[in-house]
Design a protein around this ligand. Structure first.
Ligand SMILES: *Cc1c(COP(=O)(O)O)cnc(C)c1O
Length: 369
């Protein structure tokens, strides 16, 4: 194998346990967010790892993702976090997927299917407290919950909201929290009891204990990354390493250009390694002339433009570098480390996107050390 992502299974369990001990005092359970193939870590495998930790539910973005889990025999409750259209109601009901809803028309479609299939289906009502993405507006929430609860075949199991700036703006986050709390107290006044109230993503778990409610929804933290640079007592271990190998080595004289567009020219005689990874694996083209690899425990710069399947690396300062050597693009080797956050910074994005970009072509290898 030339290019692969190595997933440290123990790191994922460790991170889940860290989250668990952080939210335990608040009495909250965990919904493990494993959308987008568990942020590139492999949804089915991560779902299996959660079996060893008290995880209440799994969260996905697409119905197809939920079906993949069901087909793999995962029988934990699954919450579909995004909106669906009425023609997806049948699959949701048939496979016992809990659906996030913010419109009555979807509740009605789910109710029709539940009656037809002789099942009960659970919904969580999403409330827009300031994210402005999906969710019923706060002043319409109680009415929607009442209407949904009256539909046959429907159980309103949860209400939720999502924070826009939990890691960067305390005032706005508190305002969102207040709005959510006021919906909750209206429900209490109306005698409506909803068992699962949830709001906190990773950033809120880190910084906002009041947002834990009955359940928290960590994504990024499970994979060992911090949503922001705020100091934290939680110790997370990054779970994913991205690795490839040197497949060709050559010594070039000074003044020779490498790769498309001739964006790099050797200044002195240089040893240039060809690595078996490119943007077609999800190694971003913006890493051209800025990325780094670790080879034999030493960092080496990516030189020239990243191609679809290959890129080049200057290993002049690593005399022992050889064809077949492992090159680490994200992760540790020896005393050196390249974090997903560092890569993200170079690309001008966030660690989430770096992880999610590692595509299906890259085999995932699970390490249980
Ligand atoms: C993705 C997502 C999360 C997880 O967010 P992290 O920042 O990765 O913890 C939680 N809730 C919802 C609704 C999401 O879409």
């Amino acid at each position: 194998m030339l290019t692969w992502a190595e997933i440290d299974v123990n790191a994922i369990s460790h991170n889940l346990h860290q989250i668990e001990s952080k939210v335990r005092p608040a009495g909250a359970g965990i919904l493990a967010v494993i959308k987008d193939n568990a942020y590139g870590h492999g949804a089915v495998e991560v779902a299996k790892i959660t079996a060893g930790v008290p995880v209440k539910m799994l969260g996905v973005a697409m119905i197809e993702e939920a079906l993949e889990l069901r087909e793999a025999g995962i029988d934990l409750p699954i919450l579909s976090l995004c909106c669906i259209l009425p023609n997806q109601a049948e699959e949701v009901v048939r496979h016992d997927i809990t659906q996030t809803v913010c419109e009555l028309s979807i509740c009605e479609a789910l109710s029709r299917e539940a009656i037809r299939l002789n099942k009960q289906t659970k919904v969580h009502i999403k409330i827009d407290t300031g994210m402005g993405r999906i969710g019923v507006q706060c002043d319409e929430a109680i009415q929607l919950i009442r209407n949904a609860a009256q539909l046959p075949g429907i159980a309103v199991e949860g209400i939720s909201t999502h924070f826009a700036v939990a890691d960067t703006d305390e005032d706005f986050t508190n305002l969102q929290l207040e709005r959510f709390n006021s919906v909750i107290s209206c429900l209490n006044d109306a005698g409506i009891h909803i068992p699962l109230r949830h709001a906190a993503n990773s950033a809120a778990i880190m910084g906002l204990p009041d947002a834990c409610f009955d359940m928290v929804r960590p994504g990024l933290m499970i994979y060992g990354l911090y949503p922001s640079e705020q100091p934290s007592e939680i110790q997370l271990k990054p779970a994913l390493s991205l690795k490839t190998r040197i497949v060709h080595l050559k010594t070039l004289p000074a003044g020779r250009s490498v790769s498309y567009g001739r964006t790099h020219t050797t200044e002195k005689p240089s040893v240039i390694a060809s690595l078996a990874i490119g943007y077609g694996h999800g190694y971003n083209r913006k890493l051209s002339n800025t990325g780094e690899a670790i080879i034999r425990g030493i960092k080496a710069p990516i030189v020239g433009t990243v191609c679809m399947d290959q890129c080049l690396c200057d290993v002049t300062h690593i005399p022992k570098a050889s064809v077949g050597d492992e090159a680490v693009l994200i992760g540790r080797q020896g005393d050196e480390e390249i974090t997903a956050d560092e890569v993200a910074q170079k690309v001008g994005t966030i660690s989430y996107e770096i992880l999610c970009s590692i595509n299906a072509r890259v085999p995932r290898i699970y390490k249980r050390v």
